[in-house]
Design a protein around this ligand. Structure first.
Ligand SMILES: *[C@@H]1O[C@H](CO)[C@@H](O)[C@H](O)[C@H]1NC(C)=O
Length: 152
């Protein structure tokens, strides 16, 4: 590194506006530039009244700041603005977000009912953009064994 380059970098650090830039370069190595949402497993079978944990991780582009994260039942394909499940009276009491505002989007749904059988998606809104998984996690809730027996 030449003396001139060194000098230039020092000048950067000395100006307040350069600080976020330096910070971005530092975190670049450990974070992804892409939007990703991964569910594991992506298909869950559960018995009625049981508690389900949907394991989920996500990444978003470097330089974005998370404004809001939430789970929704509406797909991007539905053409409507996805709504937050935790504000849906059918879910609000039973849904608990166990994740964080960085990479973990795990959620717990308790006392599942047959009506909960659905595909669920995780939604990320940053200061610059919005994204959500195109594929979601599919939950299939079955009745008790007695009902399964009658069904077959
Ligand atoms: C995400 O958070 C849940 C609940 O705290 C935890 O059980 C899980 O191990 C975490 N997953 C990752 C990938 O850190």
């Amino acid at each position: 590194m030449s003396y001139n380059t060194m000098y230039f970098m020092l000048m950067w650090v000395r100006t307040a506006s350069a600080l976020p830039l330096v910070f971005l370069l530092m975190i670049h190595g450990v974070s992804s530039d892409d939007w990703t949402v991964r569910y594991s497993p992506s298909h869950i079978c559960a018995l009625k009244d049981s508690t389900v944990i949907m394991n989920c991780t996500y990444t978003y582009p470097t330089g974005h700041q998370i404004k809001e994260v939430f789970w929704t039942k509406e797909s991007v394909k539905d053409g409507v603005e996805p709504s937050d499940l935790s504000e849906d009276p059918e879910y609000s009491q039973r849904l608990q977000y166990l994740g964080d505002q960085q990479q973990n989007c795990t959620v717990r749904l308790s006392h599942v009912t047959l009506k909960d059988s659905h595909e669920y998606y995780f939604r990320i809104i940053t200061n610059k953009d919005k994204a959500m998984g195109i594929a979601g996690v599919t939950l299939a809730v079955t009745g008790d064994f007695h009902e399964v027996y009658l069904f077959f």
